[in-house]
Write a protein that binds this ligand. Structure first.
Ligand SMILES: [Zn+2]
Length: 462
């Protein structure tokens, strides 16, 4: 009986034990699950943090991609710049040079101004200065004020006489620090100037007249040329430039029909040596038209110049007939005479003529006409403009000049239709055309300069 009870108790005990074990198993599984989930969550969190966020793998990959792209773009700019330097043999690289290289290499970028490069695909901007590429920015960088914009600012200014202190203004007569460099020379040969035909034993420096760039030349604003995006600033040398000389004679000599024939080309060729400085497009000689423009003189027609009364040459617009004379420079040189008629297109006017409203600005007046102090008559200069004056009996063939306070295509004649010849010497005065987009980063306005006194110079006795 007792055994039976014991057996029964054991059976119950075992059953309970099993139940307890069962219960225990269940508890462990739940906890494990909860822990597993927590661990997984922690791992997931760490992974997401590693992927995203400021230093996440995805962000870093994106950043690396962008850095590579920026580096590539900078490299493309540097390559274009170096190619342009090689091509130009100069570090004077401008926007248009980079654009030529971009086009040649199929780079979808555009250079502008002084100098900004824009990559159209990525919409990034870079600046290039002396070959150093900076950037990128997503906004177009502020470009420096162009000289054209400054000149336009100055047009409405009431202090055009040199007293304006507004740094954003540029006026006719203002000095700038244009540097034409030191290279470049031009020899105007005796065959072109007529000095070979004169044959009266001139020194060689007058027969073959050599001009070299003098970078102590000062530069002043003459005005503008062109319209819209082609509008550009013209500079004129503060004083005329000088011929190479061993005898204090800086003047340029022209003689007879040969000098008349080649005057414009030779004067422009001499002046062209000054057109190679940074920011410049070209250079040429000053002309009668340049002076007409800033003095407000207009040649309206073959018979009329505005304002009225400007022409001081009574023959302007008049026609005369001539018999058995030289009709032009080629006939003179060939010795061919004929009968012909000629209408005068020669004129000149005084700088202090009250009709020239704009020339009442003394600064501008001095710049062009040089009637100050003992410099008078020493800085007379040629204009690359010709005129034919007609009087009864003969006509005269003139190369223009600024002399004795007057300007025009009527200077003194170099030859006349009746066979007279003359020799003249004046100085040469270049005009530099700047590129349209030249900014104050390249050429700055500077204070007024002291011009050289030419009283020491003398023409060679001939
Ligand atoms: Zn001003």
């Amino acid at each position: 009986m007792q055994d039976k009870r014991i057996i029964e108790e054991r059976r119950i005990y075992k059953m309970k034990q099993k139940e307890i074990k069962k219960l225990n198993n269940k508890g462990i599984t739940l906890i494990a699950l909860v822990i597993t989930i927590i661990v997984l969550l922690i791992l997931a969190g760490v992974s997401i943090a590693m992927l995203t966020g400021e230093n996440g793998i995805l962000t870093q990959a994106q950043r690396a991609k962008e850095q590579t792209s920026v580096a590539e773009e900078k490299e493309l700019i540097a390559l274009a710049y170096n190619a342009a330097v090689t091509k130009k043999q100069s570090t004077d690289v401008e926007a248009k040079d980079l654009n030529d290289e971009f086009e040649a290499s199929d780079v979808n970028a555009e250079a502008s101004g002084n100098i900004i490069v824009y990559f159209k695909d990525t919409q990034r901007y870079y600046t290039v200065e002396n070959g150093v590429v900076e950037g990128p920015t997503t906004e177009k960088p502020e470009t420096a004020l162009t000289l054209v914009a400054m000149f336009e600012n100055g047009e409405t200014c009431d202090k055009k006489d040199g007293t304006c202190t507004d740094e954003t203004h540029l006026h006719i007569g203002d000095y700038v620090n244009y540097n034409p460099g030191t290279s470049g020379s031009y020899t105007s040969t005796g065959a072109n100037t007529g000095m070979e035909q004169n044959g009266s034993g001139f020194p060689d420096e007058i027969k073959n007249q050599v001009f070299k760039v003098d970078n102590s030349t000062t530069w002043r604003v003459l005005g503008t040329e062109g319209e819209g995006s082609n509008k550009h600033i013209l500079l004129v040398s503060g004083s005329p430039i000088k011929k190479e000389t061993t005898s204090n004679d800086p003047y340029y000599y022209l003689y007879s029909a040969w000098g008349y024939k080649n005057a414009e080309t030779e004067l422009n060729n001499i002046c062209a040596i000054y057109g190679k400085g940074k920011g410049a497009e070209s250079a040429r000689s000053l002309t009668a038209e340049d002076i007409n423009k800033i003095c407000g003189v207009t040649v309206v027609s073959e018979t009329e110049i505005k304002p009225d009364g400007v022409s001081e040459d009574s023959s302007y617009g008049q026609t005369h007939s001539y018999t058995n004379q030289f009709a032009n420079e080629d006939d003179f040189i060939a010795g061919t005479r004929s009968d012909f008629t000629k209408t005068s297109d020669a004129y000149y006017y005084s700088g202090d003529n009250s009709a020239l409203v704009t020339a009442t600005n003394k600064r501008l007046y001095d710049m062009i006409f040089y009637l100050s102090g003992n410099e008078q008559y020493k800085k007379e200069y040629w204009l690359a403009s010709r005129g034919v004056g007609t009087v009864s009996g003969y006509c005269i063939f003139d190369v223009g000049a600024v002399f004795e306070g007057a300007a025009g295509p009527e200077g003194y004649y170099l030859f006349a239709s009746d066979g007279n010849e003359d020799l003249r010497s004046y100085a040469v005065r270049p005009v530099v055309s700047l590129e349209s987009n030249v900014s104050i980063d390249t050429i700055q306005k500077i204070e007024d300069q002291q011009e050289e006194d030419w009283s020491i110079y003398e023409r060679t006795p001939i």
